[in-house]
Every structure is written in C-alpha cells, then in structure tokens.
Ligand binder design. Sequence first.
Ligand SMILES: [Zn+2]
Ligand SMILES: [Zn+2]
Length: 270
Amino acid sequence: MVFSVENETHKMVAAIQNGNITEQYECLLQVCENPVCTCNIVRLSFSPYGQKDEKSLISPYKVSIDFSQQILDYPDEEYLTEENRDFAELLIGGMDDDDFGFLWGEYYTIKSQFTVEASDDSIEARFDYREIEENGLLAAYDAVLPYDLSLWISINGENRLVLDQYCVLPDCTCTDTHLSIMIPGEYEDPGEELYFITLDYRKKKWGKLEGGTDSVDAKTVRSAVEEIPDLYNLLLHRHMRLRNIYFHCKSRHYTPSPQAHSPETGRNDP
Ligand SMILES: [Zn+2]
Ligand SMILES: [Zn+2]
C-alpha cells in the first residue's frame, strides 16, 4: 500500500517505489467543497518527506485521482510538467485496492463535514420537481445528501444499509418514512433492495414488511432498525432537513405548469 497516516503527527504520507528506491512524500488531500457533488475525485499534492530547507523547496507534485474508476483525472493537462506526469503515472501504477479505498475514506470524511456545515438553503440538490409536486414522489435521503450519516444495521450478522425516503412537499405534515433495507453497493451505489417497510416515526407505527423470509420477518427488521441510536428523532430531523432543502431548491428552480388564470380585472380601466 502506498498511503498511510502517521500515528503521532496524523500526517498523510506516501511511500512510492521508484526502481529500487522507496521515496517518501507528505501529502495534502483536497476534495471539491460541494456537499452534493459525487465526482469521486481527490486532488493530492506531494512534497518530499521532511522537506525543511525553505530556499530549495521543490514545488509539490499535483495529482488528481478518480478513485472510483481508479484512473488519473488529468493525465493530459498541459500545465503539468512532464516530470509531474511521470510522477502521477508512477504513483497510480503502484496503488492497490486498499489505496483507492483509503482515498475514498478520506474523501467521504471531508464531504461529510461539508454536509454537516452546509446550510439548508445553500445546498443545490437535484429533485424531480414535477414528479414530486404532481405525483408525490418521495425523496431518498442518501440521494439528496450522499455524504451524510448513512443508516447501517445488522440483520443476522450481515451489514445492511437502510435507505430512508420521505415526502418533501413543503406544506404536507405527514410523518411517514419508507425504509428500504439494502445489500450495499460500492461508493454511491445504493445496492440491491432486500426488504421494504413503512414507518410513521411520530406514532412509531410500522407497516407490513415486504420481501421477508422465514428467518427475517417484520419483527427482525424492526428490532434491527431500532438499534439505530435515537431512531425516531433522527428520522424526524432527516425528514425536516430534506423538506427544507427541497423548499429552497424548489423556490430557485421550479415553476409550476401554467394553469388557467381567471381573467385579469382592471385591464380595461382607463
Ligand atoms: Zn465534486
Ligand atoms: Zn407528505
């Protein structure tokens, strides 16, 4: 593995094999600050480890990596020196799955922080406004805020992801959530649905389980989901945040389909 984090300094370091030599670098990692962008790209800069002599500072190598596709994001950028491009090739050539997983973890942590800090009115999430307004389509929390806390549970020893979906109509006061229990996929892929259950989180009233088996019935699923700390309050907060975000996005981006207007009065007034 190329990347590691030093125990004492918490510095991110890279050990890069160049021929017979292992070169050590200190790394800085950046990700785009948009909490809802799922570009899966990290920007890294590499300085020789422990470089202290300010005068002869070598400008750091810049490498941008798409960790989900495991490719360089800018192999052909013109502003990069050939040396920098060689470095990038050498780096990615030496990376293994654990390295890409490591970058994903760092990216996720930073994006989560951005998600927590972002105000509801600043988030530019994507919604299907017409389907929501006209057909009451629900919005999945993870689809709107992909880097917020995910809901994990364990059923018969297997890790499962819970996708909570809500009505986001600003004037509606319903307190229902639809819960899909998933076999998780990779990165932002929500995976495959195993079970489905509805819940009124205010009344703590659970609906019928779909997709249950002999070994997993409604009771199993309910008690697994109830293991999530402070579940009912958490769902309330997630619902409110989603509805707020929707309200702000809708006011910026959605114009209802034109409806028949009553004739304007006053048009013929002198
Ligand atoms: Zn991005
Ligand atoms: Zn509703």
